[in-house]
Each structure stands twice: as C-alpha cells, then as structure tokens.
Ligand binder design. Structure first.
Ligand code: CP
Length: 320
C-alpha cells in the first residue's frame, strides 16, 4: 500500500479487520518489517491520540520515528506557488517536501481544513503536494477532508462490540462552540458505507456532507427517528460543508442544544453504545453521565487507534 486515505486503499475490509484482530493479539509480531526504517510524522495541527497511537504503532513494528511540529521550531512554510516570498514565510513547501522525503521511508501528515475556501480544502492541496513531491508513501493523520486512521479504528471497535451481524449505526451531528472540519464525519460515513452496517446520518438542515463520502447514505433530519433502534451512536460536530449552502462553507449554522446526546437520547436507541473520536466537549456534544457510563466506548475506540495504525504501517512497510 503506497497511500492511505480511503477504505479502498486497504482492499477487502473484512480481510483488514481480520488483520487488525491478528495485530491486536500480537502487536509486536511484525518487528522485522520496520528495522532500519523511519517514519516521519508531520503535524500542521495539534494532536494527542494520532500522535501517540501512530508513534506507538511504528514502535510496535520496530521503526524509528521523527515527529515534526511544523508550527513549533520549523521554518514557516509558504504553500502557494507563484508568490513573492517577502513576508514571514522563510521556506517553500516545494523545497521542504523533497528534503523531508530524504530523511524517511514513510510520511504521515496532519493538515486540517482552513474552512474558508471549500475548493482548496476539498482538493487536498497541502497533502496532494506531499504525494507529488516527497517521493515517499504518504498516509493521512487527518487531512482537510478525511481521517481514515480514526474511521478504521471506529470500524474495528464496532466489529468488537456489535450485538447483531449487521448493526444500526447512527452518525449524529451535535452542537459545538467552534467551527470544526468535516474530515471525521466524512471518513466515518465513507467507511461505514463500505462496511457491513446499516448507517443512518442525522443533522440539522444545511449540514449535508459531501456526496463523494455519503453517496447512498440514509439521511434522517429528525434525530429522534434516526436514533430509534440504534446499536451505536456516533456523535460528532462539523461545520457547514457547503454542499446545499455554498456561501456558508465552514460556518456554524446551528446551536440547538437539543441535539446534545444525553440519557434521554440514548433511551430512544436499542441499548446503543456511545462513540466519539475525542477530544470531546462535554455538555455540548454529550453529557457527563453518557460519556462516563457503561455504554461509552470512547476509551476502547481510542485504544484501537494503535491497532488501525499498526495495520496501516504494516501494509505500507510490506510494499516498500
Ligand atoms: N481523534 C483524534 O484524531 O484525536 P487527536 O486530534 O488528539 O489526534
């Protein structure tokens, strides 16, 4: 595997889930693959889980790891071509990328959406330059539009806890005080549609996700109806994706706190498990009692980030 952005990059998802189970049973069983190989993790944005779990995955596989926080200690990078660099940006990404590629065998990138220019975000401008100019295999550690390591971990978690062969999984929008990207809901929907689950997406009008990720998904605007009979409730905030309201791309359209997941919402489900990718704002997305309750999967879900990353890095190392 040379690139990892979408579920199709893994091929057969059932096979990938079996591999995840194998890795979880013996996460150090493939150490020979990473010997004398270096992973470069590049962060344009903050992270706790992705940073730790991906580094741990690389160590599981015997790799060396370099972590670069672009905004802390590196030269400030220009990303646009054709500009006169007489501002505060000292280095162009087009030199920096091949230089970074010289020092590693695999590259992971975290680069969030700017949320001001939909075309630029959905073209994956920054990550696309790493794919073109680094000369190395590249994987997403959350890009402008996707977060596949999270979605794969979510799928592994659902596989582990599902009470029926084809569970009902509800992706529900929930309120937030800041405008957040759509990468997590995009990938979650995309991966659930590729998996053997019954996906329902619920959100207020205006929050329709990009068809390239949700094509064929059942959208139900009534949250209570959507949650009825759910086995998993996946809560997430996202800002306006600009699909039905192009002028509002990246904006907060709604602050309706009746969308916050509380015990009453969970009572509408079929004893559902609660999921969230974290970090989560308590009191906005979910109440304390739900996230701390026996049906909350947020910690096993985060733990599975190590497993999803180990499988992905293992696949990439096997094809170096
Ligand atoms: N879920 C997730 O990606 O967490 P971080 O932003 O902390 O990496």
């Amino acid at each position: 595997m040379k690139y990892f952005f979408n579920p199709s990059d893994l091929g057969d998802l059932q096979q990938a889930l079996l591999e995840a189970r194998e890795v979880k049973a013996d996460r150090y069983g493939f150490q020979h693959l990473g010997r004398n190989k270096t992973l470069l993790m590049i962060f344009f944005n903050n992270s706790l889980r992705t940073r730790l779990s991906t580094q741990k995955a690389a160590m599981n596989l015997g790799m060396n790891v370099i972590v670069l926080d672009v905004n802390q200690g590196a030269w400030k990078l220009e990303t646009e071509r054709g500009v006169v660099m007489d501002g505060d940006k000292s280095e162009h990404l087009l030199e920096a990328i091949p230089v970074m590629g010289c020092y590693c065998d695999l590259i992971g990138i975290r680069s969030f959406a700017g949320l001001t220019d939909r075309e630029r975000d959905y073209a994956e401008t920054v990550v696309g330059q790493f794919v073109r100019y680094s000369g190395r295999p590249v994987f997403a550690m959350e890009t402008a539009t996707v977060h596949p390591l999270q979605a794969f971990a979510d799928l592994i978690t659902i596989e582990e806890y599902k009470p029926v062969a084809r569970p009902k999984v509800v992706l529900t929008w929930a309120p937030h005080c800041r405008a957040l990207p759509q990468a997590v809901p995009n990938s979650f929907a995309q991966w659930m549609l590729a998996a053997d689950v019954d996906l329902v997406i619920t959100h207020p009008e205006g929050y329709e996700l990009d068809p390239r990720f949700v094509d064929g998904a059942h959208v139900e605007y009534d949250q209570r109806k959507a949650l009825a009979g759910a086995h998993f409730v996946y809560a997430k905030n996202w800002s306006c994706p600009g699909v039905t309201r192009p002028d509002d791309y990246g904006k907060i359209l709604c602050d309706d706190r009746t969308w916050t997941i509380d015990a009453e919402h969970m009572s509408w489900t079929d004893h559902a498990k609660f999921m969230h990718c974290l970090p989560v704002r308590r009191g906005l997305i979910v109440t304390d009692d739900v996230i701390e309750g026996p049906d909350s999967l947020v910690i096993p879900e985060a733990a599975n980030r190590e497993i999803s990353a180990t499988v992905v890095l293992k696949r990439m190392l096997q094809e170096l």
